[in-house]
Write a protein that binds this ligand. Structure first.
Ligand code: EPU
Length: 413
């Protein structure tokens, strides 16, 4: 429940990145360990992956933001439907399982609220490394006779978890693997850095061509998860939409150029102040056109939040989603709050209105729920966002952090 209309003020710290922590945790099964990860956010998706790792035979201990994993022996090769359907990123165990044991059985993820989301590129990469792959009864069966073999793989589309999956598998392959048209996201760079810390030999992560020299085995991982650029962007929009002024600690500005430049175009003030990033807005935003793109383009994971902000702009903005074909479920909900948004194919035409009004709305996915909360912070009256379990998958204590900035927001059962 949110009572809107309060400008946010104060300081907030960004948690570790969900989309960095998930592949890092999946990578722990590449070796016996013991592994130590710090700054891991407390999120439902992390709990889901923990359950999966334990089912595979890992011992996982969570203490505050520290996670210790050891995996002396793989006891199961199966990622069951029950877990994969609650979190698609479970598919990240496919590459590591196959590389370490030559065998994996992972439920095929279905469609989800933002699109069909195929994983053909993950499978294409693993096949090229020599795995045989078959699909039966909703499961992917992957087998490798002997070690995987390095080769050149050219992805048809840059895919974040696909690049991560194949990269992890390639660390233990024989010889050199070259990944072309690889995803350049900071989370891929972070995974490569952590893998190199375990003894892998990866160069080029962060560019479209990654080269991996296979090694026979990997050692323990000891890594601090970097801050979440999407959470940081969500706070920036929270400050802007309430016309407040906040300071963000652990804000990974260097990975946020596309978001920062669009916010600045909209009239939001963003500047570095020592270790902190100051974000302030005084007026209604200027309209801005944007297109989501793979990194370093504007992230699809910030599209819904930006739409909430631009629904209050002084003119019309066009937001085009090019990464996922169906990531506009928040549009109908924002409309219930008075936003004027028309969908035209992959674009949303957002005609700014002077104010939004609170309403009961329903979250449909993680980033959509964040956008509804942001809209609620600015709207007149009470907004009730239901199904916030989506939010708990990817934002650590969001309502507590927003309250500490002066928002009137509480979780009600
Ligand atoms: N695609 C294919 N074939 C594949 C894989 C992807 O056609 O085998 C297509 C997808 O359908 C999509 C595009 O490629 O159109 C990019 O998808 P990608 O594979 O990069 O997405 P992902 O790896 O499944 C990660 C994040 C998402 C984020 C996207 C895009 C994780 C765990 N998830 O997903 O995060 O939206 O990259 O940046 O890293 C979120 O955090 O809310 C979230 C959905």
């Amino acid at each position: 429940m949110i009572k809107g209309g309060r400008p946010l003020h104060g300081e907030v710290r960004v948690s570790g990145a969900k989309n960095a922590a998930l592949p890092l945790l999946a990578a722990t099964i590449l070796s016996p360990g013991p592994h130590r990860l710090s700054n891991v956010p407390r999120l439902r998706d992390i709990d889901t992956l923990r359950i999966l790792l334990e089912q595979l035979g890992a011992e996982v201990e969570i203490n505050g933001d520290e996670v210790r994993v050891s995996c002396p022996k793989i006891k199961s090769h199966r990622a069951p439907y029950e877990l994969v359907k609650t979190m698609r990123a479970s598919v990240l165990v496919l590459g590591p399982l196959l590389a370490r044991t030559g065998r994996a059985m992972v439920s095929l993820p279905g469609g989800c609220a933002i699109g069909t989301r195929p994983i053909d590129q993950h499978l294409k990469g693993l096949k090229a490394l020599g795995a045989s792959i078959s699909l039966r009864h909703g499961y992917i069966y992957a087998r490798a006779r002997g070690a995987l073999r390095g080769t050149v793989i050219c992805f048809d589309v840059p895919t974040v978890t696909g690049t991560e999956n194949v990269l992890m598998a390639a660390t233990l392959a024989e010889g050199e693997t070259v990944l072309k048209n690889a995803a350049c996201e900071p989370e891929v760079v972070e995974l490569a850095r952590a893998l190199n810390g375990m003894g892998a030999r990866i160069v080029g992560a962060g560019t479209e061509e990654i080269r991996v020299q296979g090694v026979e085995s990997l050692g323990p991982m000891d890594h601090r998860v970097g801050p979440d650029r999407i959470e940081a962007g969500t706070f920036m929009v929270a400050a802007a939409i309430t016309r407040g002024e906040i300071r963000i600690r652990e804000c990974p500005l260097e990975w946020m150029e596309a978001v920062v430049s669009k916010l600045k175009e909209a009239g939001v003030e963003i500047s570095k102040e020592g270790d902190l990033v100051r974000v302030a807005a005084r007026w209604r935003p200027e309209p801005v056109d944007l297109k989501t793109r793979p990194y370093p383009g504007f992230p699809t994971d910030m599209q819904a939040q930006m739409m909430a902000l631009l629904s209050l702009a002084k003119g019309t903005s066009v937001i085009t989603e090019t990464v996922f074909e169906d990531r506009f479920m928040h549009v109908a909900e924002l409309r219930r709050m008075g936003a004027q948004i028309q969908l035209q194919g992959p674009s949303a035409v957002v005609k700014g209105v002077p104010k939004l009004t609170g309403a009961p709305v329903m979250a449909t996915d993680l980033r959509a729920s964040a956008s509804l909360i942001l809209a609620g912070l600015a709207a007149e009256g009470i907004t009730e966002v239901s199904r916030i379990y989506h939010l708990d998958r990817g934002y650590e204590k969001l309502e507590e952090k927003l309250s500490s900035l002066g928002a009137e927001i509480k979780r009600v059962r």
